[in-house]
Design a protein around this ligand. Structure first.
Ligand SMILES: [Zn+2]
Length: 247
């Protein structure tokens, strides 16, 4: 150990944690574990590297790091040479289909966005030209996203209600797509662990997916509640639908 710990660039020794006060040779990466002789060796290899001209110390440090990575993370060294068993035959839809058909997939999680509902006729939010945000001019909003801003809603709820009315899920108006039916099929076969959706259109429910398999992460038209924080009374979809018909 050639390094002098004179406090030139560090705090005074008396203010340091006890583990470091015991010896300047303690591995700086292990100050919270009991001091061990083998740590001194690692510390020498690491901390002397930039202060000595010799390459030997660097080699030791590399070897030590390589072994540590191999041990802790299972990367590098011998482990890397063994090919991991393939899950999918191919990284495409065919590969996924054959994996599901093989019977090995038993807990499938699906995650969906607006794309699975656009073929049902429901506009997404951000597509230029056809997206909802591009078609809100008639509401005279300060900005398109204000239609979903709760502070704006409290001042002027009409734009939201008008938009909600145009999007309101009714079986006669919007029908679930093959994608929704596929997710329901997974559920029927007992393979679906959970379906996460960003969509508020309730088409998963219309396809018959049950409540316990469904996470509507961005909310849903299925239920509504009073926006008064001290109230929060729940209202049914039918109740809201009745109110929207007056708009
Ligand atoms: Zn209320």
């Amino acid at each position: 150990m050639t390094r002098q710990n004179g406090g030139k660039t560090t705090r005074p020794a008396q203010r340091r944690p006890r583990a470091i006060q015991r010896s300047k040779q303690v591995n700086p990466f292990k100050t919270d574990v009991p001091f061990k002789i083998k740590d001194v060796k690692y510390c020498n290899s690491l901390s002397d590297e930039d202060e000595t001209d010799g390459a030997a110390g660097g080699g030791d440090a590399e070897e030590m790091l390589r072994k540590m990575m191999q041990l802790k993370l299972g990367v590098g060294g011998e482990g890397e040479k063994k090919p991991k068993p393939k899950v999918l035959d191919s990284l495409d839809l065919d590969g996924i289909v054959s994996y599901i058909k093989s019977g090995k997939a038993k807990k499938i999680v699906t995650m969906a966005g607006a794309g699975i509902s656009t073929s049902a006729g429901i506009p997404d939010f951000r597509s230029p030209g056809t997206g909802l945000y591009d078609n809100l001019q008639e509401y005279n909003l300060p900005d398109p996203q204000a239609v979903f801003d709760i502070s704006f809603f409290r001042e002027n709820p009409t734009p939201f209600y008008k938009l909600a009315k145009s999007l309101y899920p009714e079986e006669s108006k919007f029908k679930p797509t093959p994608c929704h039916h596929f997710i329901k099929l997974l559920a029927d076969k007992g393979l679906l662990l959970r379906h996460y959706t960003q969509n508020i259109d309730t088409l998963e429910r219309l396809a018959g997916l049950s409540d316990e398999l469904l996470i509507e992460a961005h909310g849903t038209f299925h239920s509504a509640h009073c926006t008064d924080n001290s109230c929060k009374k729940e209202y049914s979809q039918e109740w809201v639908k009745g109110k929207l018909s007056d708009i």
